[in-house]
Write a protein that binds this ligand. Sequence first.
Ligand code: UT7
Length: 330
Amino acid sequence: MVQHLKHAYIAGTGYYVPKKVLTNKDLEKIVDTSDEWITTRTGIKERRIAAREETTSVIGAKAAKQALKAAGIKADELDLIITATITPDMPFPATSALIQNIIGACKAGVVDIEAACSGYIYAISMANQFIRTGEYKNILIVASEILSRITDWEDRNTCVLFGDAAGAAVIRESQSKSEIIAAYLGGDGAYKDLLYLPGGGSLNPVSKATIDKRLHYIKMKGNETFKVAVTQMSLSAEKVLEKAGMTKKDVSLLVPHQANLRIIQAVQKRLELPDDKVYINVNRYGNTSAATIAVAIAEAVQEGKVKKGDIILFVAFGGGFTWASALIRW
Ligand code: UT7
C-alpha cells in the first residue's frame, strides 16, 4: 500500500506585506516603551500595518497570485484552498472562500484552519496528505494575518510584537526528488490561557461588557509563553528530523516562526546551526502569526537563498498552545 503513495512538493511561493511601516520609534509615541527595550527583548525594529481597505483575504490573495505564478499554474487548476489565520475577514464564510472568489479558483474546495502561529505548517501537512493519497493534484495554502486589528494598542506587553503580512504556497504532486519529507504536529490545550483572544466567540459573545473589558484583543503572558516556545520548538525540530531519519547536520536552512529573536537563537543553538543557515526577518516584520514562515520562505526563495535539493526545516509555535515542524527537500 505504502509504495503507491505519491510525493508532494512546494511548487511556488509568494508573499505580500502592507506598505505602511510602524517603527519602534513610532511606538514610543503610542505606549510607554523604547526602541532599546523592544530591540533587546525581541529583535524587532519595525512591522507592517495594513491599510483600512486591506483585509486578510485581500492580502492573502496577493500572496496567492504570486505563488500561482511561481508554480506556473492557473487559479482554475486548484483543487483545494487551505487558509491558516486567526484574523479571518469575518467568522464565516471561510477566508479561503473569499480568496477563491478574488483569484477565480472556481473548482477549488475552500477551508480555513486555526492553529495560530503553527497554522502554515499544519496546512502544509494537510495538503501533503491529500496529494500523497492521490485525492488532489494542486493545493493552494495561504497564511494571512492582520493582527493589527486584534492588537490592544494600549497594552505595551503585546502591541510592540505584532504585524500584518501574508504568504502563500502551491503544493503539487512531485515528479522529481523535491518533496515534503515529513511533518510533525503537536499541541497542548492546558496552556489555553497563556495566549488567547477571549472575546467574540461562544464563551464571551460580543457585548458592551466584553468591549469595555477589552476582551476582543490578544492577551499573552509573555514570559511563560517564551519558555514553552523554546522547549517545544526545539523538540519539534528534533522530532521531525528523527521521523525523516535525518540529523541536524542535514539541515541546509532553518526557517523558524518569527516571534522573538531570542527564541530563534535558542533553537538555533540547540540545533548547532551557524547564522547563515537560519533565515531571520523578525526585525523587519515582527510576529505575523501564521504568516511568518510563509513570508520568510518566499523571501528566501526570491533572494536566491534556497537551492534545489536543499533540506529546509520549518518549525513553529503558537497559541493553543500549538507547535509543528516540517522538513522539505527543495
Ligand atoms: O507567536 C506565538 C508565541 N509568542 C511568543 O513566543 C512570544 C513569547 N514571549 C516573548 O517574546 C517575551 O516574553 C516578550 C518579548 C513578550 C517579553 O520579554 P520578557 O523578557 O519575557 O519580559 P517580561 O514579560 O518578563 O517583562 C519584563 C519587564 C516588565 O517590567 P517589570 O515588571 O519587570 O517592571 C514589563 O512590564 O518589561 C516590561 N515591559 C516593557 N517595557 C518596555 C513589557 N513590555 C514592555 C515594553 N516596553 N513594550
